[in-house]
Design a protein around this ligand. Structure first.
Ligand SMILES: [Zn+2]
Length: 158
């Protein structure tokens, strides 16, 4: 446990210098020319993805660690928090607040915009998203149908 805490403190120091927090969405990354450090960071935090970005000479190839989701950004902030400076903490607070205020991703929603549980799935037949599976709420769809006629462009797959 002691050594893991030490690793996290080291990781926080690395993130202070080499890390980045995106400003528009939950994406955190570390990019370095030193593969060992990126691997060690990855092992310390225990999640995310590592990869390589090839560069044109004379630039060295860049080793990257990244994680992309609200949960992972929040987890990274928590793991590294005590080793982070004011500027980094503010970046995490800002992006997490922004994400918290944003609508929940469609794929994670369990209720329709009017608060009913989604109870059916539909496959889109036309349009740019043809073939996509959508969940839908039959209560709202029935109301829509009464008001406007056929539910536009969608067909039930059951
Ligand atoms: Zn509904």
């Amino acid at each position: 446990m002691d050594s893991w805490l030490a690793e996290l403190r080291w990781a926080a120091g690395l993130f202070e210098g080499e890390g980045s927090v995106a400003t528009q969405r939950c994406l955190v990354a570390v990019g370095m020319t030193d593969k060992d450090s990126v691997d060690r960071f990855h092992a310390a935090v225990g999640f995310g993805h590592s990869g390589v970005q090839e560069k044109r000479p004379p630039y060295k190839r860049l080793y990257l660690w990244r994680a992309e989701s609200y949960e992972h950004t929040q987890a990274l902030a928590a793991l590294l928090w005590w080793g982070l400076g004011i500027r980094r903490r503010a970046q995490f607070a800002q992006i997490l607040n922004k994400a918290k205020l944003a609508p929940v991703r469609a794929s994670l929603r369990t209720v329709c915009p009017n608060g009913h549980k989604y109870d059916r799935t539909l496959q889109r037949r036309t349009g740019p998203k043809a073939g996509a599976i959508n969940r839908y709420c039959s209560l709202c769809a029935n109301q829509h149908r009464k008001k406007y006629g056929r539910y536009d462009g969608l067909v039930s797959d059951d």
